[in-house]
Design a binder for this molecule. Structure first.
Ligand code: ADP
Ligand code: MG
Length: 207
C-alpha cells in the first residue's frame, strides 16, 4: 500500500504554510536578531524552509512520522546557526516518538518528549528567552485541548513575553541585561510557525 492522498496533502500543505510564513517574515526575524544576536535568524530560517520546500514531493510520500524526521534532518543540515539543530531536534524527536507509538498516536506526549530533547540540546530552560518559551506554553495548550485558534494566540502571546526576559542561552546571553526589551527571534519564528500550522489545520478541518 502506498500513502493515502490525505497524508500527502497534509504534509505538502504544512510545508507550504511554513515556508510562506517564514518567507513573508524573514526580514522581521533578522531585524529582531540584529538587536540581540547576529542578524541572521530570518535568513537562516528561510534557507531551511526553502530546502524543505525543495524536497516536498519526496517528503509528502512518506508516512507522517518519517516525514517529520526527514524534515528535521533537512533543517539541521540547511538552517545553519543555533536554530537549525534545535528545530531539527524538535521534528526528529516528534517523528521518532510517533513512529514508536505502536499506532497509539499521542501527539502531546511526543511533543513533550521532543521539547525536552530541545532543552537538553540547548542546555536551556523555560525563562531563558529562547524558542522554548513558546514551545512550553504551546504544549500546555495542546495538553488542555485548547482549540487551534487558542493555541496560535497563546504562541503569539508567549513570544511577546520574551520582550521582558533576560537571555541566559544563545548569542543574546552575551548582552546580559541589555537583552531585556527585545523579543527573542527564535521565539518569534516559533510563534509564526505555530500560528501558520494552526491556520492550515483549521482550514483543513473546520469546526
Ligand atoms: P545563531 O544564534 O547561531 O545566529 P539563529 O539566529 O538562527 O542562530 O537563532 C537564534 C535563536 O535560537 C535564538 O533567538 C533562540 O531562540 C534560539 N537559541 C539560541 N541558542 C539557544 C539555546 N542554547 N537553547 C535554546 N534556544 C536557543
Ligand atoms: Mg543569529
Amino acid at each position: 500500500m502506498s500513502e493515502v492522498p490525505a497524508n500527502a496533502a497534509l504534509i505538502g500543505g504544512l510545508i507550504e504554510a511554513c515556508r510562506e510564513v517564514i518567507a513573508a517574515n524573514a526580514d522581521h526575524l533578522s531585524e529582531l536578531d540584529r538587536a540581540i544576536g547576529d542578524g541572521d535568524h530570518g535568513t537562516n530560517m528561510r534557507r531551511g524552509l526553502e530546502a524543505v520546500y525543495a524536497e516536498r514531493s519526496r517528503l509528502a510520500e512518506l508516512p507522517l512520522p518519517k516525514a517529520l524526521e526527514e524534515t528535521g534532518l533537512t533543517l539541521v543540515m540547511s538552517v545553519g546557526g543555533a536554530a537549525g539543530p534545535l528545530y531539527g531536534t524538535l521534528l526528529i524527536e516528534i517523528g521518532r516518538h510517533l513512529a514508536g507509538a505502536n499506532g497509539q498516536i499521542d501527539f502531546a506526549r511526543a511533543f513533550e518528549h521532543a521539547i525536552d530533547a530541545v532543552a537538553r540540546r540547548g542546555r536551556a530552560s523555560a525563562g531563558d528567552k529562547t524558542l522554548l518559551d513558546v514551545l512550553y506554553p504551546v504544549h500546555a495548550e495542546v495538553v488542555r485541548r485548547a482549540g487551534l485558534a487558542g493555541i496560535a494566540e497563546e504562541a503569539e502571546r508567549a513570544a511577546s513575553l520574551t520582550f521582558g526576559m533576560k537571555a541566559i542561552r544563545g548569542r543574546a546571553a552575551f548582552l546580559g541585561d541589555r537583552s531585556v526589551g527585545h523579543v527573542d527571534p527564535g521565539a518569534k519564528s516559533c510563534a509564526l510557525l505555530t500560528a501558520a500550522i494552526c491556520r492550515f489545520l483549521e482550514e483543513q478541518c473546520p469546526a
